[in-house]
Design a protein around this ligand. Structure first.
Ligand code: ADP
Ligand code: MG
Length: 339
């Protein structure tokens, strides 16, 4: 007798979910990115117990048409790309059509949504990937998704979650970066029924930096607004008074997507060389804009990393921009200021 089993769809979904949904913060990221892609101008994120038992993301975006609800929870179903060419010029945050299917495979999901062309909202519950309890009710245009009991049906994964406070800190980092990369959207962040922060959504990045990092950083910023051959950089970097002990005060967004990237980090830190004390790190919130055809965002299931087709060039251009900004702003090294 042969020994190879073809796995059930349910099991396939749980395995695949593990690639996209590692912890509660992954769910928050995916849901908020969907809200952004839906054109929302107001997004509310509520979590309890570090997101392990409760996450709710509500938006005023375009909503999901009733006929699309079932598809939205299917794997590899997306409204954002159609064909292979689209894959090489991605402008939305999502495109793999995996998030909702993955989330629904490992938690209990409730969705309420309304598009502007209908009078009523639709509410469904999804358990083990199947839709139950569909009902209609009044609602405003937009979508609200509640996720309860993450990994309730995958005990092996549940065991690997950290304490609620640690899980909450991962979520906070994600929400902060989503707010920083979208100053035109008003974010409201609530943990355990307490309001943590609200951003105005007036398009002013400096105001978001104030809300998240406070007055001291706000008062010591240098604006970056610089274009080179292939990139445009916009954002803020700290002056010499802002020296940090770690890289927690650095964010890089490429075409609006929060990513980790060693090339850009190294380029910026090198531009600061000899300006900061040894073993200190600069503050920066940098948006890099580049032709989507010059990057590959499809190198990682969570899309946390990207590839540039010409890393060297990006390094050089980022380095030059930051260096110019620092020099133009009469950057005075801190040892002089302190005298
Ligand atoms: P992807 O974002 O990669 O397309 P998802 O699984 O995250 O895949 O979402 C599937 C589809 O559901 C999206 O393509 C979109 O059409 C719809 N959708 C999900 N969330 C929202 C939302 N908040 N508002 C409007 N549509 C949404
Ligand atoms: Mg998505």
């Amino acid at each position: 007798m042969g020994e190879i089993n073809v796995l059930s769809n349910d099991l396939i979904n749980k395995i695949a979910a593990g690639e996209v949904i590692e912890r509660p913060s992954s769910i928050v990221k995916e849901l908020v990115e969907n809200s952004i892609d839906a054109g929302a101008t107001e997004i509310t994120i509520e979590i309890e117990n570090g997101g392990i038992t409760y996450i709710k993301v509500s938006d005023n975006g375009k909503g999901i048409h009733e006929d699309d609800i079932e598809k939205a929870f299917m794997r590899h179903a997306t409204s954002k790309i159609k064909n292979e060419q689209d894959l090489f010029k991605i402008t939305s945050l999502g495109f793999r059509g995996e998030a909702l299917a993955s989330i629904a495979a490992i938690s209990k999901v409730e969705l309420t949504t309304k598009t502007k062309d209908v009078e009523y909202g639709v509410k469904v519950n999804i358990e083990n990937g199947t839709i139950k309890n569909k009902s209609y009710s009044g609602a405003t245009t937009g979508t609200s998704i509640t996720v309860r009991d993450i990994f309730y049906n995958v005990p092996a994964r549940l065991k690997f979650l950290k304490s609620p406070s640690r899980e909450q800190s991962y979520i906070t980092e994600i929400v902060e970066n989503l707010a920083l990369s979208n100053p035109q959207i008003s974010f409201k962040y609530i943990t355990n029924k307490k309001l943590v922060f609200v951003t105005k959504g007036d398009g002013n990045l400096k105001n978001v930096i104030y809300v998240i990092y406070g007055k001291n950083i706000y008062e010591n910023l240098i604006e970056v607004n610089c274009s080179k051959e292939t990139i445009t950089l916009k954002g803020f970097i700290g002056n010499s008074k802002i020296e940090k002990n770690n890289r927690n005060y650095q964010s890089i967004f490429v075409n609006g997507r929060y990513i980790k990237n060693k090339t850009i980090t190294a380029a910026i830190e090198n531009a600061y060389k000899s300006m900061l004390s040894i073993n200190k790190f600069p503050f920066f919130i940098i948006n890099l804009f580049i032709n989507p055809e010059l990057i590959d965002v499809n190198v990682h299931p969570t899309k946390a990393e990207i590839k540039f087709s010409d890393e060297q060039k990006v390094f050089k251009e980022v380095y030059t921009c930051i260096k110019e900004c620092i020099i133009n702003k009469d950057y005075i090294p801190s040892f002089k200021l302190d005298n």
